[in-house]
Design a protein around this ligand. Sequence first.
Ligand SMILES: [Zn+2]
Length: 152
Amino acid sequence: MASLKDAFAKSITTLNVKTNNFMEETKCKTYIATLEEEIITLKKQIGEIVYSIWTQDVDLKAQVAPLIGQIEEKQKEIKVQEERIAMLSVQEQQILGTGQNPMPNQFMGSPIQPVIQGTGVQSAADVIYCGSCGAQNASNYKFCIKCGVPLK
Ligand SMILES: [Zn+2]
């Protein structure tokens, strides 16, 4: 009877680990989707800037560089999430003992930490309103993301 009880306990452990990892992975994937949406928004803003200054004598790179920087940050964050997803399956194999490979060295000795950080949302203080159309813009933007007029 003891072995049946052990088998039952082991299947519960397996279920718990799989459920937890599934939830973690879902969280990571949701976060990646959010980051990707934000990247799309930033690229749209770049498009607006390029479009609005196309006929004006303005330093294009100076306008676009901060947005490119934000995209790079988000892409790094996506990498972190993807590594975390990969680590979850390694961890699952280790706990459940179904993997052939031991845990890779880079994952040893570091407890799993939640990696969700700031999502780049601007605080209210960083927002200015377009004098022409009233759209919200980050205070560092030089042109309205909606209508393209220069912001003060
Ligand atoms: Zn506007």
